[in-house]
Design a protein around this ligand. Structure first.
Ligand SMILES: [Zn+2]
Length: 470
C-alpha cells in the first residue's frame, strides 16, 4: 500500500481526471446535482436514497459506498452559499467509481468502511446562493430546537447512522488570516468541543489525531495556510452535537486562496483531505498519530483586508497627511449562476500597519484623491463601449453620466455610470464610500481604482471587472 503522503501527492496531480465537469463554478443549483445523482444511481458501487425534502420540497439525498464496519458520515452545504465541499464530494464519487491505479486502496475502503454522503443539505439556500434556508433559519443553529426540515433530516441521520467519524463541511470568510500573518486561512480545521470547558475525550482526540495527519499532508501544498476555527462551544451547531453524541467529528472550512474566487483550487484540497481521511480511517493509521500538530494550529484571525494601499499622501485643507487605505470587495448575489458582480467599500483609513492586504501595494510618493464625474456629455448605452476609458482615467474621472442605462446596479463597463443626481454622489475619501480613487505622481495619474479594482495607466495592468451604477 502506498504511503499517505504519496497518495496525497498523486491525488493532487490527478484531481483533474476526476473533477466533475458539470460543476465548474460555485453557484450551482439543486437541478444541477439531480442529473449527477441519477448517473450515480446507475453505478452499482453506490446506494442512493432519498433522505427527505427541504422546506421547498427539494429532495435531499443520502449516497452510500462500501460494506465495512466503520461508518463515516459527511454532509455539505448546510449553508447554501458554501458549495466547495459539494463539488469535492462529486469528484470523490467519480474517483471511487472510475477504473484507475488506486484499485487496491479502493478495495480497502470498500471492505473496511461504509461512507455516507449527504451533499447539499440546504438546496433552497443553494437556489438563491444564500446561507440560510427558505424560512431564513440558519440550519447550523437549529440542532437543538430542530424546527427546520433540513435540520430534522440531518439530525435523523446523525443518530440513525451513529457513525464512527463525521465530516461537517463548510466555507468560511475569505478574510481570515492564519494567526497574525498575511497568509489567508485556506483551510481551517476544528475538532468541535462537546462542552463549555473544551475538554478532550477519546472521541474528540481521535478527531484531533486525524486532523493532525491532514495538516501534515496538506502543508505540502499550502504551507502556512492552515488554521484552527474558533473552538467556542455552540450547542445549537451540528458539529458540536455530533461530537457530544459520540461520533469523532471534523469541521473543514474552505477559505481563501489567491485568484480562486470560484474555489476550484480549494475544492481540490477538500478532495485530497477527505480521501486521505478515508484511507487513514480504513487502515486505522490515525490511531498512532499525535495531536500536537492540531493543538499548535494558529487560530483564525481577522488581520486581512482585500486590498491595502500604503503610504499615500492626501491633501486636506491645504495640508498633507500620510495615510493607508483598506478596500474590501463584496461579491454581490445576483441570483445568476453565470456572472457575479462586485461592490467595493473603503473599509479603513489611517495607519494600517498592523493589517495585511490580500493585495498589498506600497504607493509611497503618490497622492490620492477621490474619482470625479465627467459631466460634459450624457452618453447613451451604445456609445459607452467605444469610450476612451484611459483618457478619462488620465483626467481623474471614474464616473460618466448616462441617459438610459440598463436597469442594473452594476456597470459592465470599466467605469461607474451616473443616472441620478450628482449631489448625492460620494465625493471624498471616507470609510463606507465606494472605492473610486485616483493616484498621481506629481500631477500625472499613475493608477486608477474603479469600484475597488486597480488599473495601472503606465502598463495597462489590472482588470476592472465591473463598475457601479449611481
Ligand atoms: Zn457554514
Amino acid at each position: 500500500m502506498i504511503s499517505d503522503s504519496e497518495f496525497a501527492r498523486r491525488l493532487y496531480y490527478e484531481h483533474e481526471d476526476y473533477a466533475e465537469t458539470n460543476l465548474t463554478k460555485k453557484r450551482f443549483k439543486h437541478s444541477d446535482i439531480i442529473s449527477l445523482i441519477n448517473r450515480i444511481k446507475n453505478k452499482n458501487k453506490f446506494k442512493v436514497k432519498k433522505a427527505g425534502s427541504s422546506t421547498e420540497r427539494r429532495e435531499i439525498f443520502l449516497i452510500s459506498y462500501g460494506r465495512g464496519k466503520t461508518k463515516i458520515f459527511l454532509w455539505s452545504q448546510m449553508h447554501g452559499d458554501e458549495a466547495t465541499a459539494t463539488m469535492a464530494i462529486f469528484d470523490i464519487l467519480n474517483f471511487l467509481s472510475s477504473k484507475n491505479e488506486f484499485e487496491e486502496i479502493k478495495g480497502e475502503l470498500e471492505k473496511n468502511l461504509t461512507i455516507y454522503f449527504m451533499p447539499m443539505v440546504n438546496p433552497d439556500g443553494a437556489e438563491l446562493f444564500q446561507r440560510r434556508n427558505a424560512f431564513g433559519i440558519d440550519i447550523n443553529r437549529d440542532a437543538l430546537r430542530l424546527q427546520s426540515e433540513e435540520a430534522k433530516i440531518l439530525m435523523k441521520y446523525i443518530k440513525k447512522l451513529n457513525a464512527d467519524f463525521a465530516f461537517n463541511l463548510h466555507d468560511q470568510s475569505t478574510r481570515y488570516s492564519v494567526g497574525k500573518t498575511f497568509k489567508p486561512a485556506t483551510i481551517s480545521f476544528l475538532a468541535p468541543p462537546f462542552d463549555e470547558n473544551g475538554k478532550m475525550n477519546k472521541v474528540r482526540t481521535d478527531a484531533a489525531k486525524l486532523i493532525s495527519s491532514l495538516c501534515r499532508l496538506l502543508s505540502e501544498f499550502i504551507p502556512g495556510h492552515i488554521a484552527k476555527y474558533s473552538d467556542e462551544y455552540e450547542p445549537r451547531a451540528f458539529g458540536d452535537f455530533s461530537q457530544k453524541f459520540g461520533t469523532a467529528t471534523i469541521l473543514i472550512e474552505s477559505g481563501c486562496w489567491k485568484n480562486d474566487p470560484e474555489k476550484q483550487f480549494i475544492r481540490r484540497l477538500n478532495f485530497i483531505a477527505l480521501l486521505c481521511s478515508f484511507k487513514s480511517i480504513a487502515e486505522k493509521s490515525y490511531k498512532s498519530k499525535k495531536t500536537a500538530m492540531y493543538n499548535t494550529l494558529p487560530p483564525n484571525q481577522e488581520f486581512l483586508k482585500d486590498i491595502i494601499f500604503r503610504n499615500i499622501s492626501i491633501n486636506r485643507n491645504g495640508k498633507k497627511y500620510l495615510i493607508d487605505i483598506a478596500v474590501n470587495l463584496e461579491e454581490v448575489n445576483t441570483r445568476d449562476s453565470e456572472g457575479s458582480f462586485y461592490s467595493s467599500v473603503i473599509e479603513d483609513i489611517g495607519d494600517l500597519s498592523t493589517f495585511y492586504g490580500c493585495e498589498d501595494h506600497d504607493f509611497k510618493g503618490l497622492t490620492v484623491e477621490y474619482g470625479k464625474t465627467y459631466t460634459e456629455k450624457k452618453y447613451v448605452d451604445q456609445e459607452l463601449a467605444n469610450l476612451d476609458f484611459n483618457d478619462l482615467y488620465k483626467n481623474g474621472f471614474t464616473n460618466v453620466l448616462v441617459k438610459d442605462p440598463e436597469n442594473s446596479e452594476f456597470s459592465k463597463y470599466p467605469i461607474n455610470l451616473v443616472k441620478g443626481g450628482l449631489k448625492e454622489l460620494p465625493n471624498e475619501i471616507k470609510t463606507d464610500s465606494p472605492a473610486n480613487l485616483i493616484f498621481r505622481k506629481k500631477s500625472v495619474v499613475k493608477y486608477v481604482v474603479i469600484n475597488g479594482f486597480l488599473f495601472s495607466i503606465d502598463n495597462s495592468a489590472g482588470e476592472i471587472k465591473n463598475g457601479i451604477v449611481y
